[in-house]
Design a protein around this ligand. Structure first.
Ligand code: PEP
Ligand code: MG
Length: 582
């Protein structure tokens, strides 16, 4: 058994066979063949060996002609490795003795050999590992090629393991069959993580290298609560996790009972709990989890997996779909936040960027491409005639940008007026505060909008200069950092002074210990993934605003993220012992 630690990004526990996806192809384990069919399976492997060796020799020839024989020889060596009789013998034994499929048997043998090489403490031999994986890929491509039809779609429930997943890939995962996923790369608030949460798929990211230790079909456990991936679990661990799964289901049923109760603190203060959604289908979750409305609708997901931009009518229909499911509830529609890690292929920024998180992303992209922006603004305004729609601009960094966006909005209003198309001329307009400059000029921005929403996912990354998707700087990316708390406090005070409501719509608000400190800092509304809402209700109904205020003041005096985390954890342990136990 091996336990890997990563970042927990979507809660829940899953137990199942691994489905390993790497950047080039899918390696899947149907792990066993029908008993007695091993001679055919060994033959299948032999055919793959033949084809892969031929392919390697062909490459040897081409490369020798183009670059010289010494380069071609690399592929000659690959052909020899593929045809190595010892390899064939070991794989055949695995197929015969354990009824393994050829893919699974090969994967096991290669991994065993790679581990031996890695353990030799010899750089040159250790480098040979990559040759081993290369020949494994060649052989698997041959084997898998023979079963392409079966690979089109995952037909059995499995746990997806990959180096990394793009948000668009994640959004297209088949929920029926993907029990959970775990990736080597990625950070806490990457959009991949957000989508996993939206889909309700348990997930752990930022695990560091592990793919070489696992084969498709191996039994694995993903613990999305603690951020663990367990390879080859022993019987005791397996039993413990089976029990945890059952307990989790019970805990969720209990939380759902809180759905219809209001989120009021013990000293009588009502906290508005809103939900974040990415897809119109999630609106149902808002009701199921007992949220007061939608605090953040990430509309860029309309662009997912498309070559053409959505039309005004498509935008409009998506918004109506949400409104119809949530009559009377506020819906904050955030304008497009494309760029950085989101959907680069659908709408490209002007040029390849060296640092896309600091580039033409989000509102900047919309202001560079006003015709694209107008399409969405028209659709939002049209939807505002049908319910409590509010509009919110992301990634505002200067007052000038906010003014430019508002000017365009008013221009579109004039256009709709001329066309006699109905809309709400009093539509509330808000700005996200997710860039440090916006937090620092919150007093200026507050005069020009109806509400603020603090996007802590980005605010944390920009304040600490730590990429939210990069597991190597995850130790810096911390909501407990004193700099983060101070900035949030500053924004809340500015909003209070100007009498506008302020919300937090980053993932920070979804964690009970941070929700507690945020309420203590003065927040009276939070917007989180719908799945977090029942637990937050329980928290709110267990605290007083006064104790939260005292805790926030104490946290603000502390010098390090570690001290603040420890302190807040202790507070939550006292208030809600079961929140940390699950
Ligand atoms: C944020 O940055 O906190 C936020 C809510 O927006 P997104 O996660 O979509 O960038
Ligand atoms: Mg953001």
């Amino acid at each position: 058994m091996e336990i890997k630690r990563g970042v927990a990004v979507s809660p829940g526990v899953a137990i199942g066979p691994a489905w390993v996806l790497d950047t080039e192809e899918v390696r899947i384990g149907e792990r066993f063949i029908a008993t007695g069919t091993y001679p055919e399976e060994i033959e299948r492997f032999d055919r793959a060996v033949q084809a892969a060796a031929n392919e390697a020799r062909q490459i040897q020839k081409t490369v020798s002609e183009r670059l010289g024989e010494q380069y071609g020889a690399i592929f000659g060596a690959h052909a020899a490795l593929i045809e190595d009789p010892n390899l064939r013998q070991e794989v055949a034994a695995q197929i015969r003795d354990h009824s393994f499929t050829a893919e699974y048997a090969l994967s096991r043998v290669i991994r065993r050999r790679a581990k031996i090489l890695a353990g030799l403490n010899d750089r040159i031999l250790a480098d040979r590992q990559s040759d081993l994986f290369d020949i494994e890929k060649r052989l698997l491509r041959q084997l898998v090629g023979q079963r392409q039809a079966q690979l089109q779609k995952l037909s059995e429930a499995a746990i997806l393991l990959a180096h990394d997943l793009a948000p668009s890939e994640t959004a297209q995962l088949d929920r029926q069959h993907v029990l959970a996923f775990a990736t080597e790369a990625g950070g806490r608030t990457s959009h991949t993580a957000i989508v996993a949460n939206a889909l309700g798929i348990p997930a752990v990211v930022g695990l560091g290298p592990f793919l070489t230790d696992v084969s498709g079909g191996d039994l694995v456990i993903v613990d999305g609560n603690r951020g663990l991936l367990i390879l080859d679990p022993d019987a005791e661990t397996l039993e413990r996790y089976r029990q945890a799964q059952a307990a989790q289901a019970g805990h969720e049923r209990e939380l759902i009972e809180l759905r219809d109760l209001p989120a009021i603190t013990r000293d009588g203060v009502r906290i508005l709990l809103l939900g974040n959604i990415e897809f119109p289908e999630e609106a149902a979750q808002i009701l199921e989890r007992g949220a007061d409305g939608v605090g953040l609708y990430r509309t860029e997901f309309l662009y997912l997996g498309r070559k053409e931009d959505p039309t005004e009518q498509e935008h409009f229909q998506a918004y109506l779909k949400v409104l119809r499911q949530l009559p009377g509830k506020p819906i904050v529609i955030r304008t497009l936040d494309i760029g950085a890690d989101k959907f680069r292929s659908a709408v490209e920024p002007p040029a390849q960027e060296r640092n896309p998180f600091l580039g033409v992303r989000s509102l900047r992209l919309c202001l560079h491409n006003k015709s694209l922006f107008r399409v969405q603004l028209r659709a939002i305004l049209r939807a505002s005639a049908f319910g409590d729609v509010r509009i919110m601009f992301p990634m505002v960094s200067t007052l000038a940008e906010l003014r430019e966006a508002k000017l365009l909005l008013h221009d579109v209003m004039d256009e709709l007026n001329e066309e006699q198309v109905p809309f709400n001329p009093q539509i509330p307009v808000g700005t996200m505060i997710e860039v440090p400059s916006a937090a620092l000029i919150a007093d200026l921005l507050a005069k020009e909008v109806n509400f603020f929403s603090i996007g802590t996912n980005d605010l944390i990354q920009y304040v600490l200069a730590a990429d939210r998707t990069n597991e190597n700087v995850a130790y810096l990316y911390n909501a407990s950092d004193p700099a983060v708390l101070r900035l949030i406090e500053q924004v809340v005070r500015a909003a209070e002074r100007h009498g506008i409501p302020v919300n937090v719509c980053g993932e920070m608000g979804a964690e009970p210990m941070y929700a507690f400190v945020l309420i203590g800092l003065g927040l009276r509304q939070l917007s989180t993934p719908p799945s977090a809402i029942p637990e937050l209700k329980r928290l709110i109904r267990s605290i007083t605003v006064e104790e939260a205020r005292r805790a926030a003041q104490a946290a603000l005096q502390m010098e390090s993220a570690q001290d603040i985390t420890n302190y807040l954890r202790d507070q939550i342990r006292r208030i809600l012992p079961e929140a940390l136990a699950v």
